[in-house]
Design a protein. Structure first.
Length: 180
């Protein structure tokens, strides 16, 4: 079961009662619709016999989805922002940890066909072992465990040091990588 956790941003189409929320902890975008009373919903199951109609969009392009990713290095990590183009056919999703922008096709009448077309790097990933690399790895570790975390500026710590992240989570930095 996939829980829709850590919604970070939302954007609605200009031409319909349909929008999209980015979910930071699940690396996805979820479709949001407005009913006749303008109440938002993701169309969850109404009861145990109802399958529901939740539309989740992975932030990996169709080729990336098929590739094995045992080290969880393929992009689309920790989405934090979304904007739609003026014709309501594309969503641009900023991925914080993977430092890229996912371009999502939101055109057409069938939401089950919405998909990520491409990811565009917005900045180079930091070198492993550098302070920025440790910060990025820490953000990824926090995000993967669905914790609310963050690097307070930069992690200005050497390997083997405990770093207190926002909300009190402690991340141990060692040569083996960050861990709680």
């Amino acid at each position: 079961m996939l829980f829709n956790t850590n919604p970070f941003a939302i954007a609605f189409k200009r031409s319909s009662a349909e929008g999209f929320a980015v979910l930071a902890a699940t690396d996805r975008v979820v479709r949001v619709t407005l009913n006749g009373q303008r109440v938002p919903t993701i169309n969850p199951p109404l009861n145990a016999n109802d399958a529901g109609n939740i539309i989740r969009i992975e932030l990996k392009d169709p080729v990336e989805i098929l590739r094995p990713d045992p080290n969880d290095t393929i992009g689309g990590k920790n989405p934090r922002g979304i904007v739609l183009n003026s014709t309501d056919t594309r969503a641009y999703v900023m991925d914080f940890v993977s430092r890229d922008v996912a371009v999502v096709d939101i055109s057409g009448a069938d939401p089950t066909q919405y998909k990520t077309l491409v990811r565009m790097p917005s900045a180079a990933l930091p070198a492993a072992g550098s302070q920025s690399g440790d910060c990025s790895a820490g953000e990824a570790a926090v995000q993967q465990r669905h914790w609310a975390g963050g690097c307070a500026g930069q992690l200005q710590a050497a390997s083997g040091t405990a770093v207190r992240l926002r909300l009190g989570h402690v991340l141990q930095l060692s040569s083996a990588g960050p861990h709680r």
